[in-house]
Design a protein around this ligand. Structure first.
Ligand SMILES: NC(=O)c1ccc[n+]([C@@H]2O[C@H](COP(=O)([O-])OP(=O)(O)OC[C@H]3O[C@@H](n4cnc5c(N)ncnc54)[C@H](O)[C@@H]3O)[C@@H](O)[C@H]2O)c1
Length: 404
């Protein structure tokens, strides 16, 4: 049986989730044979995970003939370059979310706040970046697996089965990812992240609602139902003066040129609606939710909630280093420790699908096209928020001379 061989690019936070997920793939042997990253402790990382080859230059990983698939786990600003290089090297690709965006890469003055760029210019460049990735993938006949784990979360998989059984019309989808702020340095600056809470957190619920309407369309009519138009609002709530005056800050603030709050209202091609929230101002643990209002069913999904275990401790330090759940501020009081957060969020399931897609030569459930639609909708949402108007995607693409 052929072993699927993986080359990792990046050895940070999300790479650890992917490595854990690769180990759980069943039925097909998987081996991580090389890794590239700029981290000082890369040698220790490689040894710890039994990865025979490691480099600081990612192109060395692409030169390994035996590697089938490159797993792109680097900051957003690098996704495009690494994906295109991997495709040109004939490798299948897993790309972390978001597929790409606009990062001010064409601005000569590296000190300007990229977030202040006209959002119409951003839209043009972000979708061009996404289109260039997709073109390279097509040209080289490789697979692009878009690592949107929400699509694979077991409660979402079950919801899809219920939708299939019910056969109704999805009239409204509501989804959210919010928490009290990322501590990663790159998240504060548009230049590195390509946007704020909408880009970083909102790409998950956006990807999910777009996937579900695509899924419904394919199931019923043999083609996806896509987003037709949208309106959006973004804000910087940690900049309001009342918040600023408070001494103790319980959430991340001092965002540079990115928003910390966003809401997007989508209208799909069939006239149905989607509502997506994403913000960095939510205390009490991460919010990962989906509500489906269909013509003959209501389905509510909570990918963060868990009440299989409830634990009480009178003080934060009592549970020591033992993990409880993502983004809770304290372990004191009653908490809901998550038995397996990775499983609940769909990381092992997405890697199973991606490895099978390469092994059996079929398309993954979450593919580059979903990533591309998320980029399009995200930057159209920024444009809507800037100009205070509804954006029709076909009209916008016509206006900029893009063939969708
Ligand atoms: N799906 C999810 O739930 C999820 C969660 C977190 C992050 N992400 C995504 O994963 C990606 C990485 O995020 P992270 O939190 O792991 O970041 P991180 O900062 O923890 O890790 C980034 C890694 O990229 C490496 N790197 C940077 N520049 C490089 C270069 N030129 N060549 C080779 N390696 C380079 C760094 O050395 C580091 O190992 C981002 O796109 C992010 O959006 C997804």
């Amino acid at each position: 049986m052929k072993t699927i061989k993986i080359g990792l690019i990046g050895s940070g936070f999300v790479t650890h989730l992917h490595l854990n997920a690769f180990r759980q793939v069943v039925g097909i042997p998987v081996q991580v044979v090389a890794v590239a990253s700029l981290d000082d402790d890369l040698d220790r990382f490689a040894k710890k995970f039994n990865i025979p080859h490691y480099y600081s230059d990612y192109r060395k990983v692409l030169q390994h003939d035996e590697i089938d698939m490159i797993d792109v786990c680097v900051p957003n600003v690098l996704h495009k370059r690494v994906c295109i290089d991997a495709a040109e090297a004939g490798k299948h690709i897993i790309c972390e979310k978001p597929l790409t965006g606009y990062f001010g890469e064409d601005l000569e003055d590296k000190t300007v706040a990229v977030g202040e760029t006209s959002k119409l210019e951003m839209y043009k460049k972000a979708v061009k970046n996404a289109d260039e990735i997709m073109d390279a993938v097509q040209r080289n006949n490789v697979k692009l697996c878009y690592a949107e784990d929400f699509v694979y979360a077991p409660p979402v998989t079950k919801a899809k089965r219920l939708l299939e059984a019910a056969g109704g019309t999805i009239l409204e989808l509501r989804s959210e990812e919010s928490h009290s702020g990322s501590h990663a340095a790159y998240s504060r600056e548009w230049r590195l992240s390509g946007g704020g809470s909408l880009m970083r957190l909102g790409s998950h619920p956006l990807g999910l609602v777009i996937h579900l309407k695509n899924f419904e369309g394919k199931m019923k009519y043999g083609k996806p139902i896509k987003v037709k138009s949208l309106t959006a609002e973004v804000g910087n709530l940690t900049r309001v003066s009342a918040f600023q005056k408070e001494e103790k800050k319980w959430m991340v603030d001092r965002w540079k040129d990115v928003e910390d709050w966003a809401a997007v209202f989508l209208t799909f091609e069939d006239g149905t609606k989607g509502v997506v929230f994403s913000n960095d101002i939510t205390l009490g643990g991460i919010v990962n939710t989906l509500a489906i209002y269909s013509s003959n069913a209501v389905i509510k999904v909570d990918m963060a909630a868990n009440d299989a275990i409830k634990a009480y401790a009178p003080a934060h330090e009592i549970f020591g280093d033992e993990y409880i759940s993502e983004k809770i501020e304290t372990k004191a009081g009653w908490t809901f420790p998550s038995p397996d957060e990775d499983w609940m969020r769909g990381y092992p399931q997405e890697m199973q699908d991606f490895v099978e897609a390469v092994y059996y030569g079929r398309d993954p459930v979450s593919d580059g096209e979903l990533g591309r639609q998320v980029v399009e909708v995200t930057y159209a949402a920024y444009l809507s928020a800037e100009e205070g108007r509804r954006i029709d995607l076909d009209e916008l693409n016509k206006e900029i001379g893009r063939n969708r």
